[in-house]
Write a protein that binds this ligand. Sequence first.
Ligand code: DQA
Length: 145
Amino acid sequence: MRVYVLNGPNLGRLGTREPEVYGATTYADLVALCESTARELGLDVTVRQTDAEHEMLGWLHEAADEGAAVVLNPAAWSHYSYAVRDACAMLRGPLVEVHISNIHTREEFRHHSVVSAVATGVIAGLGIDGYCLALRHLATLAPGR
Ligand code: DQA
């Protein structure tokens, strides 16, 4: 199964960015973890991060065209980007929305994600492990592939 793990703004700074909220794992560690988990599960994964909304939209369009599965941490875009939500609505494969922190226990503006209504499922508050769990779920949809 083809899977894109897409990360939105500021996630490239994982490791140094508010470690008390997001943990000490660096973005490079996250990429390595997703790649090794995907390899173990037999998933064909591409991991990307961008601070530019138009770039994220292009990647979502690519995933839609390929019918690929997506694990998406929309970061701050979760809370206000109807453009990201609309691009997610075009996906034909499953979409797992991941948040490292538990957005529901944080500031009020983080409690709502405009993406969640078009996601297959949402994982929040389980740290970096959320990405691995999302990949494990996707692997169950395509056993043996
Ligand atoms: C986040 C939560 C968002 O509110 C925040 O803007 C992020 C990261 C998370 O992974 O916990 O950048 O999506």
